[in-house]
Design a protein around this ligand. Structure first.
Ligand SMILES: NC(=O)c1ccc[n+]([C@@H]2O[C@H](COP(=O)([O-])OP(=O)(O)OC[C@H]3O[C@@H](n4cnc5c(N)ncnc54)[C@H](OP(=O)(O)O)[C@@H]3O)[C@@H](O)[C@H]2O)c1
Length: 257
């Protein structure tokens, strides 16, 4: 039996990964800040699928929280075979409307935690000659979209570079780049979503299925939907100035909900 560790497992995309991996018979290490919610999730997945689900409370915006997860990933006796770096959040507001402290917290969770946890996991995976890491980025990585887009661009670049450096080691790394997904993300950030067209919304369970297929195929970047693949094709040939205008409006309705 293999073990998967998922950060941000209790809601949205992370919860969809947990459901799918438990159904496939993987033991799980569930990571988030809310201990009560983690225990409820662990019990439910254990009861439904007969897998072992361990709970690790950690705030990845803190050194202490990151260290807790690093230590678990470095445990060679109870090794983690698949790491899903998924925890993340949005900040409400455009550049200079968001406090510097909140921007730095985003970089800590989206970049520093991802770097440190990927490193802790892949060191022991490389020794064993097998393992996988999925770093959840976003299609926002490909467009000018403030610190959020910049942090996700870092995730994509870092993951692709590390995947190349570890090629042939048996360790696979993939950046997952979803579009809009119905989760708690926008509500938590206090962002209205009424200006996001229906066709742009993705289903978390479906995107997890595509993501795991893409990982098995050895992809280093996954855009898990044909609509967004087409859209990102257009983005590649669109002038950056025009792109900046469009992306600063789409899905960034910050008024009261
Ligand atoms: N939803 C979208 O439209 C969308 C699109 C593209 C990419 N993404 C990315 O997908 C990932 C998951 O987002 P989601 O939409 O599933 O969000 P979500 O529904 O809000 O879930 C976020 C999860 O992360 C955990 N979390 C948040 N901050 C944390 C911290 N400091 N330390 C540890 N855990 C933390 C939350 O649990 P606790 O609160 O208990 O810690 C929760 O389990 C993020 O990286 C996001 O950027 C989302």
């Amino acid at each position: 039996m293999t073990t998967a560790l998922i950060t941000g497992s209790t809601a949205g995309i992370g919860a969809a990964f947990a459901r799918r991996l438990a159904a496939d018979g993987h033991n799980l290490v569930l990571v988030a800040r809310n201990t009560e919610r983690l225990h409820e999730q662990a019990t439910e997945l254990h009861d439904r699928h007969g897998i072992e689900a361990e709970v690790l409370t950690a705030d990845l915006a803190t050194d202490e929280g990151i260290e807790t997860v690093e230590k678990r990933l470095a445990n060679r006796r109870d090794a983690v075979d698949l790491l899903i770096n998924n925890a993340g959040f949005g900040n409400k507001g455009r550049y200079l409307e968001v406090s510097l402290a909140d921007e730095l917290t985003m970089l800590k969770v989206h970049c520093e935690a991802v770097l440190r946890l990927t490193s802790a996991a892949t060191e022991s995976m490389r020794e064993r000659g097998r393992g996988g890491v999925v770093n959840v980025a976003s299609v926002a990585a490909f467009v000018p979209r403030g610190t959020y887009g910049a942090s996700k661009a870092w995730v994509v670049q870092f993951t692709q570079g590390a995947a190349k450096d570890l090629a042939g080691s048996g360790v696979r790394l993939m950046a997952l780049c979803p579009g809009f997904v119905r989760t708690e993300f926008h509500q938590r950030a206090g962002m209205g979503t009424s200006n996001i067209p229906n066709w742009m919304w993705l289903d978390a369970d479906k995107l997890v299925t595509v993501a795991l297929t893409d990982l098995a195929r050895g992809r280093t970047v996954s855009i898990p939907d044909p609509r967004y693949k087409a859209l990102m094709g257009v983005v590649k040939v669109t002038p950056r100035a025009l792109l900046g205008g469009v992306t600063s409006r789409t899905g960034r309705k910050y008024g009261p909900q």
